[in-house]
Write a protein that binds this ligand. Structure first.
Ligand SMILES: C[S@@+](CC[C@H](N)C(=O)[O-])C[C@H]1O[C@@H](n2cnc3c(N)ncnc32)[C@H](O)[C@@H]1O
Length: 297
């Protein structure tokens, strides 16, 4: 079920198109040398950055780690996330979907999701039906949003070859500010009646999410309650770090107590391990992923 180009000898290989895009952007930012030489650090849940220098550094060090985790969940080569991976492929098979990508950062998560869906279509591993995905990316880093826009613009045509039609917009969002979350949600749902499904994609937020949970919790609840009458899914894809485990436990409490009308799925609680090929540093890296999904159909 998985193209050989993406999974070989128990190692994950990222989409060539995504790697090309990433390399071009590193070069454009003058960060290619830095990215090839920087070391894999212990703190897998790095936070990102509000200013331009921090964003460039985070983009160079972490982008591929984030995208590999999402790829591992979407493709599920080890069959750890049977239901979640099946749900992902079924949700993104056809129709009109409105997707909220928070915090979107420079787009590692969403670009991995989209490029892997395109690869599966290209190699006829899933049906190739037209699908429209309207994306709103929210993040408090203006410099990350700038890169996000550039990368999504560049991948748009490649996706169209596989009948994946995206539009996207961005929003400078602060998760600890309810006014900001209210405005983000209003923008996301402005054409609510157009869509059959609403999808919230949250990847790699635990770095800041665990220590700021109390400040973010109201926003999480607000967004979820605002779409309680619609078919919706929220997915959390995180590294397996101390912070992520705390973050996931706090989320479970919020969802079980305050949002219990949603169906939860948690198919991996230990942090599933995998190897992936790092094209930039030319080595095989190890990662671990935690996933959680809640939905209302
Ligand atoms: C590790 S990145 C994750 C980006 C992306 N989702 C991914 O999969 O790679 C974390 C992001 O959280 C953003 N962030 C941190 N605090 C935030 C806040 N209070 N509100 C909104 N975004 C925030 C940072 O700017 C950074 O881009």
């Amino acid at each position: 079920m998985i193209p050989n180009l993406l999974w070989k000898n128990e190692v994950l290989y990222q989409s060539k198109k995504l790697i090309k895009l990433y390399k071009e952007e590193l070069e454009c930012l003058g960060m290619y040398e830095y990215a090839t030489n920087c070391k894999e650090e212990k703190n897998d849940g790095a936070i990102g950055g509000r200013n331009e220098e921090e964003t460039k550094k985070h983009f160079s060090e972490r982008f591929l780690t984030s995208s590999a985790r999402v790829q591992f969940v979407v493709l599920d080569p080890k069959k750890y996330f049977l239901e979640i991976s099946k749900d992902l492929k079924s949700t993104f098979s056809s129709g009109n979907i409105s997707l909220l990508d928070i915090p979107c950062g420079t787009g590692a998560g969403i670009l991995s999701l989209l490029s892997n869906l395109a690869e599966l279509r290209q190699f006829s591993k899933v049906p190739r039906l037209p699908i429209s995905i309207d994306i709103l990316g929210g993040d408090y880093s203006k410099s990350a949003l700038d890169i996000y826009v550039k990368l999504l613009n560049k991948i748009k045509l490649e996706l169209e070859n596989e009948l994946i039609f995206i539009t996207f917009d961005i929003f400078e969002w602060n998760a600890s500010d309810m006014k900001s979350t209210n405005l983000l949600t209003t923008q996301w749902l402005k054409d609510e009646d157009k869509y059959e499904e609403f999808y919230i994609f949250m990847s790699a937020f635990s770095g800041v999410g665990s220590s700021n949970y109390k400040r973010f919790e109201e926003s999480f609840k607000f967004i979820q309650n605002r779409i309680c009458h619609q078919p919706s899914t929220i997915i959390f894809i995180e590294p397996n770090t101390k912070e992520s485990n705390i973050f996931m436990k706090l989320l479970t409490k919020t969802y079980n107590v305050c949002l219990s009308w949603l169906n939860g799925k948690e198919e991996s609680t230990n942090g599933e391990r995998f190897n992936w090929h790092d094209e930039i540093r030319d080595n095989t890296a190890k990662s671990e992923v935690l996933v959680k999904q809640y939905s209302r159909k």
